[in-house]
Design a protein around this ligand. Structure first.
Ligand code: FRU
Length: 498
């Protein structure tokens, strides 16, 4: 028997759900609720660890969003799906953990997947992760039905077994969607040559699936493993979002441990399974902490996405408080002038309270925009063309601590630096991220701050920089400086989820 299984009950990671210890969990939840850096309007775990968003869908008059959860501690243990519902994509209600490891096909984790309303139920398609005594992995693509009363029933047999002539058991994260009169599912995979792949399956009835081949946009390698692939359509144009682990840096310029990338094409060719006329591979987020984004075509016509703000294999400062990670705001995806835009859904504006407007000349000595910005706000700032300056968020009284955003609309560069932003972490992946912005043009920043998360949207979402940071309680000031020539204007709202 493997060491890990012997240690099943003593090693927190392998604590089983049928050994659910309510005293243990309520003590942990109490500790988590009293911890600093908890969030106001982002989805966060009640205790323990949250990772990928799953099953994002609209069903029975509500939005449904699940996430990978391990409530017993901030570790990647035996995963389950926690369930959230909402009527507006902004205020979410926690519905508990309906999908947990329970049988021989998912005993070592109910891994990521997606959801699709079919007739009067919500169909969930997910990966069951199984380990044998020698810790070898098997992956099964599984199904479950959520009815209108919220009752969940797992299907008894796997929908898809891993074809080991083509793929290893690193085969997971099915995304199911309607395509014409049929269903397609794309699955993150590693082939037997240890190359990352996106496998495509088709079904006429949601339970009998047949293999079509690999989805491609290029002949170039997609790393050694693809996780969390998603295909969405914006006015017929396909957008493939995926996480190619081990991606060659010459094919994608990224600084995180694993990237979350996308390509945009002119058309999806179902016969050849190709994305035609693809853009070059792009980072979905230019920041520090985004992974495992899930996207879907909502029935209201919008393409919506939500990301895990967190990364595997990195130690975050909240671990010692018993919780880890959160989800991003829900974003609408759109295409303008051949570029993908991502911006928080318009419903996010319902959180706005107590508007403050700013306007003025940029000063080289700097000026305080707000002394007590609190930790939960939206800041919209228009900065002039042909200027250089710096915005300091999360600044303390003597500006020893702050998150720096320096902008240069002369040479076209924006840099976010979290070196002084708070408790340091993941420094081996760099404390700064720089992006190219239009030269000699005004710059618009839309910044969403929530205690220990910052989502920065540049020029209405043409680029996005997302990051976690762990400030001290006195880092409440907002400062702006420039060369003294141009002027700025902006608005500030407190964001409250009640
Ligand atoms: C991505 C991922 C998925 C997997 C899940 C397990 O973060 O590794 O590939 O299904 O997390 O929690």
């Amino acid at each position: 028997m493997s060491k890990l299984i012997e240690n099943w009950t003593t090693d927190l990671r392998y604590k089983k759900y049928n050994a659910w210890d309510s005293t243990y969990l309520s003590a942990l939840t109490e500790k988590v609720n009293a911890a600093p850096w908890r969030l106001q309007y982002h989805i966060q775990p009640t205790s323990g660890l949250l990772n990928d968003p799953n099953g994002f869908s609209y069903f029975n008059g509500k939005w449904h969003l699940f996430y990978q959860a391990y409530p017993f501690g901030p570790v990647h243990g035996l995963k389950s799906w926690a369930h959230m519902t909402s009527t507006d994509l902004v205020h979410w209600e926690y519905e508990g953990i309906p999908l947990v490891p329970s049988n021989e096909y998912d005993s070592h984790g109910v891994y990521s997947g997606s959801a699709l309303p079919i007739e009067d139920k919500l169909f969930l398609m997910y990966t069951g992760n199984v380990r044998d005594a020698d810790w070898n992995r098997s992956a099964f693509q599984l199904g479950a039905w959520l009815d209108q009363e919220g009752q969940l029933t797992k299907m008894t047999k796997p929908l898809i077994e891993t074809d080991t002539t083509q793929y290893t058991h690193d085969f997971r994260d099915p995304q199911i969607f309607n395509y014409g009169n049929t269903y397609l599912a794309i699955i993150g995979a590693q082939d037997t040559n240890k190359q990352g792949r996106v496998a495509v399956y088709q079904s006429e009835n949601s339970h009998d699936w047949h293999y079509l081949g690999n989805l491609t946009y290029t002949d170039l390698p997609m790393g050694y493993m693809v996780e969390c692939p998603n295909l969405v359509f914006i006015d017929e144009q396909p957008v493939l979002l995926f996480c190619p682990q081990g991606m060659d840096h010459s094919l994608l310029d990224y600084q995180t441990i694993y990237p979350n990338a996308y390509v945009l094409g002119s058309r999806f060719n179902k016969e050849t399974l190709t994305i035609e006329n693809p853009t070059t591979l792009q980072n979905l987020d230019e920041g520090f902490d985004v992974y495992a984004t899930q996207a879907f075509n909502a029935p209201d016509g919008r393409a919506l996405s939500v990301s895990w703000i967190g990364l595997p294999e990195i130690e975050y400062p909240t671990f010692s408080d018993g919780w880890a990670h959160c989800l991003s705001l829900v974003k609408e995806l759109s295409i303008k002038d051949g570029h993908l835009y991502q911006f928080p859904v318009v419903e996010t504006q319902t959180l706005r309270q107590n508007e403050i407007s700013f306007k003025g000349q940029l000063l080289s000595s700097g000026q305080q925009l707000l002394e007590n910005a609190s930790f939960s706000y939206e800041l919209e700032l228009e900065l002039p063309k042909d200027e250089r300056g710096e915005l300091k968020l999360f600044a303390d009284e003597d500006a020893a601590r702050y998150l720096s955003l320096s902008f240069d609309t002369i040479s076209g560069k924006l840099t976010v630096d979290r070196t002084l932003a708070g408790v340091p972490f993941a420094e081996e992946f760099g404390n700064t991220r720089s992006i190219t912005i239009p030269r000699h043009e005004a710059l618009k920043l839309s910044i969403f701050v929530d205690h220990s998360v910052c989502e920065i949207f540049i020029n209405n979402g043409l680029k996005v920089i997302t990051l976690r940071l762990f400030p001290a309680a006195n880092q409440t000031q907002l400062w702006l400086s420039g060369s003294g020539k141009g002027s700025y204007q902006g608005k500030f709202w407190e964001l409250l989820s009640q």
